[in-house]
Ligand binder design. Structure first.
Ligand SMILES: Cc1cc2nc3c(=O)[nH]c(=O)nc-3n(C[C@H](O)[C@H](O)[C@H](O)COP(=O)(O)OP(=O)(O)OC[C@H]3O[C@@H](n4cnc5c(N)ncnc54)[C@H](O)[C@@H]3O)c2cc1C
Length: 479
């Protein structure tokens, strides 16, 4: 039993790494510690969560467990929610260490309840995980805070555990028991997703800096090239198998000797965006369900389930859009521009409420990161009030991003004999789903509605308030 307060319990959530992990680093100092991952089935069936993300998690837990074993520790899996976890601690005396995580409402409320229940019994330490301000949030100073956070020295390596492995005080599973019982019994709904784990993240970073980033700035726009030319670090950031700070510091070193400076500069900006978007969600968790601009929630009052289903299955009658969705369903990733186009189609052309479509799209992403996803979904639906609405034309994107229709034919082999022209015009000779909406009239309708609401003084006043809370100050400072 852990019977004295010299022992530490390190609780992992979305920080599944050894390097630059504050909770692990500081929790291991006394060399008498246990490492726990809390697996809560309700969290995993929550808003936007899915099996493909669980499959990625499985690789991360395995690698973390193996790495911990090298320092005489291991990862134990507690099955249950945070309230049950609190009960199972049974007043043993130890210090608990967590890395803070900005996450969906369910997690936030569980974690808050846990802290309330546990704070009088245990010493609890909660560390910042990356560039998000938890307290004293100040948008004007945010970029400075971010730079400071990114430039801090990495945490010391965790120390070797000297305590014996003892499972009797807390009922846990080994990683393998957990995987067999909770993940492997479920049949995957994808073809191939990226593998998880810190070694994979390090490898991606190295190959990106050495060669893959060549042309990143332009290649990121089309789904074919982007697959190899983007860093592909997003699921690793979401599961915390690599720290943003370590990536940022390596990038700074790499930048000076690299032949691809403009590409790496674009990459650097995106590391900043990562935290900038998550900060919005941290500062205003209600945006999980409400539009940033309160007047925009009345725009799309009802949903059409049949339309939504055809959209998310890639049966819209527009081949490029369908191909992108099929690709996403198969591999769990697609580039930024295509994500934006998919969302724009649902919100503008189909005029569906983003609250209904957002979780369905999130479930398809292995890299689902609520803070980025929700902010981006709202931007691409024209409901933030502070970003100019942009309606993507799926036909224009088809010609621009896949002129030879090779990506489309790969994803939709039934169109292999169809001409490029027919494919780009969405007027196929072969049997293909009918178009679920007319592009021109639905875009015009959406433009009228979205610009109509933006004209009023009341809209502008609320938009100002949104800007003060969430708007980037980067442009202002440059001026
Ligand atoms: C509707 C929609 C939903 C999205 N949902 C998610 C999501 O759930 N999880 C997620 O990580 N990204 C999301 N994005 C942002 C972006 O598409 C992905 O971050 C990117 O495609 C991931 O691939 P990468 O790691 O190779 O990116 P890279 O281009 O190599 O960029 C490096 C990192 O920068 C960050 N980044 C890149 N673009 C953005 C952006 N526009 N906003 C914020 N951060 C960015 C990511 O952390 C990314 O891993 C979404 C975009 C849209 C339009």
């Amino acid at each position: 039993m852990m019977a004295n307060n010299e022992a530490d319990l390190i609780v992992f959530h979305r920080n599944l790494r050894i390097q630059d992990n504050e909770a692990l680093s500081y929790g291991s100092i006394r060399q008498n510690y246990k490492c726990i991952y809390v697996f809560d089935e309700a969290y995993w069936s929550g808003n936007g969560k899915s099996l493909r993300q669980l499959y990625f998690l499985k690789d991360c837990l395995r690698e973390l467990d193996n790495s911990l074993k090298k320092i005489n520790s291991k990862l134990e899996i507690f099955i249950g929610n945070y309230i049950e976890f609190h009960k199972s601690l049974l007043n043993n005396k130890f210090t608990l260490h967590f890395n803070y995580s900005t996450d969906i409402e369910y997690y936030k409320s569980q974690f808050t309840q846990f802290l309330k229940l546990a704070k009088h019994q245990y010493e609890i330490k909660v560390y910042n995980d990356f560039g998000v301000q938890r307290e004293n949030f100040d948008r004007d100073q945010w970029s400075r805070f971010w730079e400071n956070q990114m430039n801090k020295p990495l945490c010391p390596e965790p120390k070797i555990n000297k305590a014996s492995h003892d499972r009797s005080y807390l009922s846990t599973h080994t990683v393998e028991e957990f995987i067999n019982k909770y993940i492997d019994i479920q049949k995957p709904d994808f073809i191939e997703i990226q593998p998880g784990g810190s070694s994979k993240a390090e490898h991606l970073l190295e190959t990106f800096f050495n060669e893959r980033c060549n042309g990143y700035r332009t290649k990121m726009s089309n789904p074919f090239d982007a697959k190899d030319s983007c860093s592909r670090l997003s699921p690793h950031f979401s599961f915390g198998t690599i720290s943003i700070r370590s990536v940022y510091q390596k990038l700074k070193k790499e930048y000076f000797k690299s032949n691809f400076k403009s590409d790496l500069y674009s990459f650097k900006k995106r590391l900043h965006w990562h935290c900038h978007f998550i900060q919005k969600f941290e500062a205003e968790p209600d945006i999980e369900y409400n539009s940033m601009h309160s007047m925009c929630d009345n725009l799309r009052p009802s949903e059409d389930q049949e339309l939504i289903e055809k959209w998310i299955k890639g049966e819209t009658g527009y081949p490029f859009l369908d191909a992108c969705i099929h690709h996403l369903r198969r591999y769990g990733w697609i580039n930024f521009r295509m994500r934006a186009m998919i969302m724009s189609f649902a919100s503008y052309n189909l005029w569906q409420p983003w609250q209904k479509t957002s979780p369905l799209l999130a479930e398809l992403f292995v890299d689902y990161e609520p803070g980025i996803h929700i902010s981006q979904v709202q931007m691409q639906s024209g409901v933030t009030g502070i970003n100019l609405p942009r309606i993507y034309s799926v036909l224009k994107q088809s010609r621009d991003q896949d002129p030879e229709a090779s990506f489309i034919r790969k994803e939709l082999p039934e169109l292999s004999d169809e001409s490029n022209e027919n494919i780009h015009n969405a007027t196929m000779d072969v049997d293909y789903p009918n178009k679920i909406v007319d592009l021109r009239s639905s875009s015009a309708n959406a433009r009228d509605k979205i610009w109509g609401i933006r004209k009023s003084d009341q809209f502008k006043q609320i938009a100002k308030e949104v800007y003060i809370k969430h708007g980037s100050r980067m442009k202002q400072r440059r001026r």
